[in-house]
Ligand binder design. Structure first.
Ligand code: ADP
Ligand code: MG
Length: 247
């Protein structure tokens, strides 16, 4: 049974149809990499899943519950319950600059889950340890490298105990020498069977870590398959043209 089921999703900005008829099914514990040219709708698709954009039509089902069905959103408590199953990591980290690393981690679960302080503290320490940044707990984001910021952002997303993590080009803003440490954390999450959708330009990562790679262009999924199928035996001309440019 799929944990994410998207059917015929449509989204326009003004007169531009950004997502045309997007369907996507992701199984629990699956890692799906989404690749495609800039402007093809990848971010909008992820943001729609996370309820950061409102769709115009189609359905989004998460863990069996409808976020939206035939373009109509579920009632607020249901939406809240469904969105709480997902965490998102952005290209530009989106850390709170005025909060320390530890406070960045603890803020949302304190407000939303109302967990006791000791529990929050322990969990934050545990997750900072996991991403190799326990020694940075009391530092402000401005004093971290890009790779460290992104690892904090991942730890922060994990604080809410999501079942699904959505990554939107998590290494695109990083200097090349800093991408490895972030990809390593993501790889570890994949090995721990986190369900992940990763929009990425890191073809090496997609090939190595993804169970399935999906190619998006002009607001539609053009082709999907295992990394071997998609990278070594692409079927569609547009996929071939894209891969020729990026590989
Ligand atoms: P990608 O992530 O694949 O680069 P996006 O989802 O960011 O693509 O964008 C898809 C298209 O939607 C682009 O043409 C972009 O300019 C447009 N778009 C994205 N967000 C907005 C917005 N908030 N308002 C208007 N147009 C947008
Ligand atoms: Mg994008």
């Amino acid at each position: 049974m799929a944990i994410i089921e998207v059917m015929n999703l449509r989204k326009s900005f003004g007169t531009v149809d950004v997502l045309k008829n997007v369907s996507l099914s992701v199984n629990a514990q699956e890692v799906v990499a989404v690749i495609g040219p800039s402007g093809s709708g990848k971010s909008t698709m992820l943001r729609s899943l996370a309820y950061l954009e409102k769709i115009d039509g189609g359905s989004i089902q998460i863990g069996g519950g409808f976020l939206a069905k035939d373009g109509n959103y579920s009632a607020a408590p249901k939406v809240k319950e469904i969105t709480s199953r997902m965490g998102m990591v952005f290209q530009h980290f989106n850390l709170f600059p005025h909060l320390t690393v530890r406070d960045n981690l603890e803020l949302a679960p304190r407000l939303v889950k109302k967990l006791p302080a000791v529990e929050l503290r322990n969990r934050a320490s545990e997750l900072l340890e996991k991403v190799g940044l326990l020694d940075k707990a009391d530092v402000y984001p401005a004093n971290l490298s890009g790779g460290q910021k992104q690892r904090v952002a991942i730890a922060r997303a994990l604080m809410m105990s999501p079942e699904i993590l959505l990554f939107d080009e998590p290494t695109s803003a990083l200097d090349p020498e800093l991408t490895g440490e972030v990809l390593e954390v993501m790889k570890q999450l994949a090995e721990e069977h986190m369900t992940m959708i990763v929009v990425t330009h890191e073809m090496g990562f997609a090939r190595e870590v993804a169970d399935r790679v999906m190619f998006m262009a002009d607001g539609e999924f053009i082709e999907a398959g295992t990394p071997e199928q998609l990278f070594d035996h692409p079927q569609h001309e547009r996929t071939k043209a894209f891969l020729t440019r990026v590989l």
